[in-house]
Every structure is written in structure tokens, then in C-alpha cells.
Write a protein that binds this ligand. Structure first.
Ligand SMILES: [Zn+2]
Length: 236
């Protein structure tokens, strides 16, 4: 197993512009991304308009200027985030193994891009993700996003039929799974306690799966059960 998965932490202004634009009009599982964006960047209220072309331009310019004015700080934070992660990464990879039956990390060039937005999306196809640069728990964000890559790879390799399932259900499972595993005491010791409450609409699913997780603390058993209950609901 590749013990030392290298995760590069980088700046990517263009991606931040795209993400800002994409999430400005997006809601998911009870999270209003626009509100989250505006709570950190109230000046973006000027982009709350109907004209989507104009809106796009306003967000692009805002991000452009933000990077211009804060470039030094962004670069400095980039280094700090990378150093902080380096301190715990080997412990993290070691810890993950037993929950995932030693499943190897999928190959790829893992890159975490700093973001001025607290959205933290991940892109499964190229192993990249964003990290809100002012977060006080960037290690936790990195761990969370990396777990998604391993989760989906495990699923594909062990439950090939899972591609027949509703993508949104699988997405919900991956979020609930992350909540559960990162609430394990050894992960809390390493990464700290969760400060965010996750997706409000996923709470009932999490409650339904918590006991099973506590019995096994193993991804294979967790997925076997989670996929079974969905089938019984007539989902597939
Ligand atoms: Zn997630």
C-alpha cells in the first residue's frame, strides 16, 4: 500500500471563480450555499441579481480582486495548511486502514486547492478538492475530502452493482459515512471535533445508520447494510 500519498496544496483562482459562480445559485440537502457565501463575503450582495451574465461577471471580478489584495496572505496560509497536514498525514493513513479493510488509495495526483469560500467541494474524477483557507480545521477538511475518494473507490471495487443506485443516495451515504467515521474518538484525537453540523437533511439517514456503524465500524458492513435497506425500500 502506498503509505505516503502525496497531497499537494495549491492556489487556484480560476477554480474559485467557477465555484463561486456555480454555488451562488445552488442548494443541496438543506444547505443554502448563497447564504454561506454572503456570510463571509457580504460585498457579494451586489451579485444578488436576476441577470446571470452580469452576476457571473461580478463574482469573477470580486474573486479576482480578492486574490489581488490578499495574495500574500493566501500564499502564507497555503504553506501553513500544507505543513499542518504533513504533521498528521501518516497517522491519518494508518488509522483509515482498519476501517477500510486495507483498501489501497486510488491512484492519482491528489491536489487540494485553497478557496475563499467555505464550500469545500471534491472532484472525484481527478482527485482534487477545495479547502476553505480561513477554516480553523483544515486538516479535518482535507481528511473529509480524501475519505470521499477512498469511499467511492471501495464502493466501485466491492459493490459493482452500486452504479445502479440513485447517485444522490450514494452521495448521502458518503456524507453520512464521513460524519460517522470522523466522530470516532481516534479521529477526533487527531483532527479535532466537528464544528459544522453537516447537511441538515441527512440527519434522519445518519440516525438510521448509526447503530449499524457502531456495531461494525467497518465500511464493508456499513455499505452492505445501507444498500440493502435501500433495495428494500424499492429504490433499485
Ligand atoms: Zn463531503
Amino acid at each position: 500500500m502506498n503509505k505516503s500519498l502525496i497531497i499537494k496544496i495549491l492556489l487556484n483562482k480560476n477554480l474559485d471563480q467557477q465555484i463561486g459562480i456555480a454555488f451562488f445559485n445552488h442548494q443541496k440537502a438543506g444547505v443554502n450555499w448563497r447564504e454561506k457565501i454572503l456570510s463571509i463575503h457580504p460585498d457579494l450582495k451586489i451579485a444578488v441579481i436576476k441577470d446571470s451574465k452580469k452576476q457571473k461577471k461580478l463574482i469573477e471580478n470580486y474573486v479576482e480582486k480578492y486574490y489581488q489584495y490578499n495574495l500574500k496572505k493566501l500564499r502564507k496560509t497555503n504553506k501553513e495548511i500544507e505543513q499542518q497536514w504533513k504533521k498528521i498525514e501518516s497517522d491519518f493513513f494508518e488509522l483509515v486502514k482498519k476501517y477500510f479493510n486495507n483498501h489501497p488509495w486510488p491512484k492519482g495526483e491528489y491536489k487540494g486547492y485553497l478557496s475563499i469560500f467555505n464550500i469545500n467541494p471534491r472532484f472525484l474524477h481527478n482527485k482534487t478538492f477545495q479547502i476553505y483557507y480561513q477554516s480553523r480545521s483544515t486538516n479535518k477538511i482535507i481528511a473529509h475530502e480524501l475519505l470521499h475518494f477512498l469511499f467511492y473507490d471501495f464502493l466501485k471495487n466491492n459493490f459493482s452493482f452500486s452504479n445502479l443506485f440513485d447517485k444522490n443516495y450514494i452521495w448521502s451515504l458518503s456524507e453520512v459515512f464521513n460524519d460517522l467515521i470522523l466522530s470516532e474518538s481516534n479521529f477526533i484525537d487527531l483532527l479535532g471535533k466537528s464544528s459544522s453540523q453537516g447537511y441538515p437533511r441527512l440527519i434522519p439517514l445518519k440516525e438510521k445508520l448509526t447503530d449499524r456503524w457502531n456495531q461494525s465500524k467497518n465500511i464493508k458492513k456499513f455499505l452492505t447494510h445501507s444498500l440493502k435497506i435501500y433495495k428494500h425500500k424499492g429504490g433499485v
